[in-house]
Design a protein around this ligand. Structure first.
Ligand code: NAD
Length: 360
């Protein structure tokens, strides 16, 4: 049975790293007989230039038809002066996320022991770090209504937003997190502010209820302020963390930086059936675009994540992750993760090295 994978290279370094992910996918496709059918389409600034909008109809049709989507990155100074709704980010990326109802955001923060020196924390605190943050992506305070800025009767302006989750929204993100925990260390920490916010009191109640369906998973709860502290104090205590949109936004960035290098981190955004869009955590890096020096590994491990979570191809996913590990063991580094005593390589050389490691 064939599986349709849509590659959306996007802007800046997007096409450079997408080319390397394509090489890797082609190799595992042949090796494992995966039946992947790779297609490609324009999104973001590249689509604005070629077709007048960030998400052309043809691209949207392909997104809907695909079994999984692999995106590079979108955006850049060239399109920053457009009205927000037409920009690559809002008019392209966010439209795909909301149009496909990709509510479940998985952001692993993994630090290969070989890169422990790249972190701003002490190597012994972060070496071997392997956390998965599950963030709700389409609800919560970022989307809640009413919202706005209004003038009160006394003439003073006030801004307001609404932090709202219904129990179905909580249950579906909770389920994603429990399922993910089942595939990992079977420990789940739900992050809330249940001492103050009613919406997260309900969040906690629903998580407790859901835990009955997953007796093997050890569920704990933590207030978000403590979670922020624990992430920098002793991050290895966590296996899977689940939280709402805003807390997840903040905590996942903090967790990403524990690893010291944004060029290494993948992410996934999933719908209720596990269909998803996979992308590196970083953006289009306009400052280094076109120089052939971008790190393609976040994109390559995003491809591995896609095989695992949306396409059920665990063996091929593990093979890619092992190949990435092997090239790091060989001392190959792109500029962003380079340090004394290692060998600096280009984007394409790094991709080729992963391909070579897949073939031994
Ligand atoms: P960025 O992640 O693109 O870059 C931040 C810094 O990290 C830069 O110095 C960059 O060179 C470096 N960097 C990022 N990825 C790298 C890689 N793979 N290898 C080596 N170095 C890497 O963030 P930014 O500069 O804030 O944003 C640039 C553009 O990307 C903006 O237009 C922004 O809107 C867009 N953006 C897109 C996404 C997305 O498509 N998902 C996410 C974030 C930002």
């Amino acid at each position: 049975m064939t599986k349709k994978v849509l590659l959306l290279p996007g802007d800046g370094i997007g096409p450079e790293i997408a080319a390397e992910a394509r090489k890797v996918l082609n190799v595992v496709n042949d090796q494992f007989g995966l039946g992947l059918e790779l297609d490609e389409a324009l999104v973001g600034g590249a689509a604005i230039d070629a077709a007048g909008k960030a998400l052309p109809e043809d691209t949207w049709a392909k997104c809907q038809a695909a079994d999984a989507i692999l995106l590079g990155a979108v955006g850049g100074p060239k399109w920053d002066n457009l009205p927000p709704a037409e920009r690559p980010e809002k008019g392209g990326l966010l439209k795909i996320r909301s149009g496909l109802d990709l509510f479940g955001n998985l952001r692993p923060a993994i630090l290969s022991p070989q890169l422990a020196d790249a972190s701003s924390l002490k190597p012994e605190v972060v070496s071997g770090l392997d956390i998965l943050i599950v963030r709700e992506l389409t609800g919560g305070i970022y989307f809640g209504e009413p919202r706005g800025i209004r003038t009160k009767e006394n003439g003073v302006r006030e801004g307001y937003n609404t932090y709202v989750y219904d129990e179905e929204e909580i249950r579906r993100i909770g389920r994603v997190a429990f399922e993910a925990a089942m595939k990992r260390g079977k420990r789940l920490c739900s992050v809330d502010k249940a001492n103050v916010l009613e919406v997260t009191m309900l969040w906690r109640e629903v998580m407790e209820d859901l835990a009955k369906e997953y007796p093997e998973v050890e569920l704990s709860h933590m207030y978000v302020d403590n979670a922020a502290m624990q992430l920098v104090r002793a991050p290895k205590q966590f296996d899977v963390m689940v939280t709402g949109n805003m807390f997840g936004d903040i905590l996942s960035d903090a967790a990403a930086m524990l690893t010291g290098s944004i060029g290494m981190l993948p992410s996934a955004s999933l719908d209720v059936n596990g269909k998803g869009m996979y992308e590196p955590c970083h953006g289009s890096a306009p400052d280094i675009a076109g120089q052939g020096i971008a790190n393609p590994l976040a994109m390559i491990v995003s491809a591995a994540m896609m095989l695992r979570h949306s396409l059920g191809m665990e063996e091929a996913a593990v093979k890619i992750e092992q190949a990435v590990d092997a090239v790091l063991d060989q001392g190959l580094r792109t500029a962003d993760i380079w340090s004394e005593g290692t060998r600096k390589v280009s984007t394409a050389e790094m991709g080729d090295a992963v391909v070579a490691a897949l073939q031994v």
